[in-house]
Design a binder for this molecule. Structure first.
Ligand code: FAD
Length: 475
């Protein structure tokens, strides 16, 4: 059939997966088209995910730290909040990054087509062109003929069916808009995204309840880490209702009336000014006409790939949230590079021993490689070394010695197979353990590496030294 545009490589979706794939493909010499429905590149991560949430979490962390200084002899007044200014600053952060991406696309001569893409067949994508800030259609269509394709169409928030359509009910995107400060907010779902937003709103003065169906918060992490987080964060919450479900939400003039059921359900329905639904994200696999291209999509909307990110159709690849868990930006970027290189004929494939997870809460919770829970489930004979930050000079000087650093190693080979940190900056500190796992280090390698003193990073070396046989002269 006729096409308005031809390319060697078409990338569908301009999130961290899509733009990384398009840039790598262009760098490898392929004529590349990038299709994105929104005006702004960067996908969920840059526009309504990782970046705006971290801009707000930074403000929250500094505010909390300033307040805590009263205990050390420096008292500030009660914070005065200018919501418009705060929102403006967040938008500035996002704008800097998305603007940078537009420039990088231009520099590489990646052709960005603005519109909603739907596959017509294994070599054609129809794009319903869009304009404005959102997805308003112009009515015009453009057909792109492609040699190869990388699907990077991402995911979107799951919404619970029984919750009324009401402006006071938001998902993470709505919560990040920061249009008002509710007095009482209910967070449905105690995962990372819900708890990050709870951190921001509680620092800004909102009273928060969390309801979670499972019997713990941040269920991917080992419980010893979460316990530390919980102890510090107790004051943020009126109620944390585990093993409990919301059963009904009634929109009233004076608020949203919520009924609960389960182990920790309050007897009476509760009234909230805002509800954040953070119960997970679902992949966009069923929204792109994948069947017309012959690409297999499972019931939930995920697309399966091999280690080269190839779908069941040889010249079509898929990456990022749309191919499965963990739904994280750094995973999408690495998959993107593999897919673009494989499409260009390189022998690249994904062979990650670890994909780190971080909750950018206060304290932060970070883990990489195997958790203890996974080791137990998989019957791995593992050992661990835990260094409590109560023995870290820097953590004590910071007034934040509640954390710890944990190494998990294979009892037979002694190689590091996992690690976790809870404490301030844990997300930055975990990188050393990511490298250790990838390189197959043992605790001796880390323990004999001279770390700077006094730092929080030193705690990784200290944990390694606790491993029997590395060092015998410890206190
Ligand atoms: P996406 O970022 O979802 O991008 C997909 C793109 O495709 C979108 O721009 C979409 O508009 C476009 N698209 C979809 N369908 C079509 C179509 N038919 N036509 C045209 N365009 C289309 N991850 C982290 O690693 N660290 C974090 O700190 C972190 N924080 C987060 C905080 C929040 C609040 C949320 C919601 C997510 C967070 N994530 C974080 C997850 C992270 O945002 C995602 O894992 C990441 O964005 C996935 O990238 P992707 O390229 O697969 O898809």
């Amino acid at each position: 059939g006729g096409a308005d545009l031809e390319c060697e490589m078409l990338v569908l979706g301009a999130g961290p997966g899509g733009y990384s794939a398009a840039f790598r493909a262009a760098d490898l010499g392929m004529k590349t088209v990038l299709v994105e429905r929104y005006a702004s590149l960067g996908g969920v991560c840059l526009n309504v995910g990782c970046i705006p949430s971290k801009a707000l979490l930074h403000v929250a962390a500094v505010t909390d730290a300033a307040t805590a200084m009263a205990d050390h002899g420096i008292a500030f007044g009660k914070p005065k909040i200018d919501l418009d200014k705060l929102r403006g600053w967040k938008e500035q952060v996002v704008g800097k990054l998305t603007g940078g991406l537009a420039g990088m696309a231009k520099a590489r001569k990646v052709d960005v087509v603005r519109g909603v893409g739907t596959f017509l067949d294994p070599h054609h994508l129809e794009v319903a062109l869009t304009r404005g800030d959102g997805q308003e259609q112009t009515g015009d269509k453009q057909v792109v003929r492609f040699g190869k394709c990388i699907i990077a169409a991402g995911s979107q928030s799951v919404t619970l069916p029984f919750i009324p359509d009401d402006p006071r009910v938001v998902d993470s995107t709505g919560a990040l808009e920061l249009t008002s400060l509710p007095k009482r907010m209910l967070v449905i779902g105690g995962g990372i995204i819900g708890l990050e937003m709870a951190t921001v709103y509680s620092t800004l003065g909102t009273r928060i309840d969390v309801v979670e169906m499972l019997d713990g918060l941040m269920t991917g992490a080992d419980r010893d880490l979460v316990k530390v987080w919980e102890k510090v964060n107790t004051p943020r919450f009126d109620r944390v209702m585990l093993k409990t479900r919301t059963t009904a939400v009634k929109a009233q003039k004076n608020g949203l009336k919520v009924s609960f059921e389960g182990d920790n359900a309050p007897a009476e329905p509760q009234l909230y000014d805002m509800i954040l639904q953070s119960v997970g994200r679902s992949p966009n696999g069923h929204k792109i006409g994948a069947e017309n291209a012959g690409v297999a999509v499972d019931e939930r909307g995920f697309i399966a790939t091999d280690k080269q990110m190839r779908t069941n159709v040889g010249h079509i690849f898929a990456i990022g949230d749309i191919i499965g868990q963990p739904m994280l930006a750094h995973k999408a970027v690495h998959e993107a590079h593999v897919a673009a290189e494989a499409a260009a004929g390189h022998k690249s494939f994904l062979d990650a021993r670890q994909i780190p997870s971080v909750a950018y809460t206060d304290p932060e919770v970070a883990w990489a490689g195997k958790t203890e829970t996974e080791c137990k489930a998989e019957g791995i004979n593992y050992g661990k070394a835990v260094f409590p930050w109560a023995a870290s000079g820097r953590a004590i000087a910071n007034g934040r010695d509640e954390g710890f650093t944990k190494l998990i190693f294979d009892e037979e080979t002694h190689r590091i197979i996992g690690g976790a940190i809870v404490g301030t900056q844990a997300g930055d500190l975990i990188s050393e353990l990511c490298l250790a796992i990838e390189m197959g280090c043992d605790p001796v390698d880390i323990g004999k590496t001279i770390h700077p003193h006094p730092t929080l990073g030193e705690s990784v070396g200290m944990a390694a030294e606790l491993f029997e046989g590395v060092c015998t002269d410890l206190p």
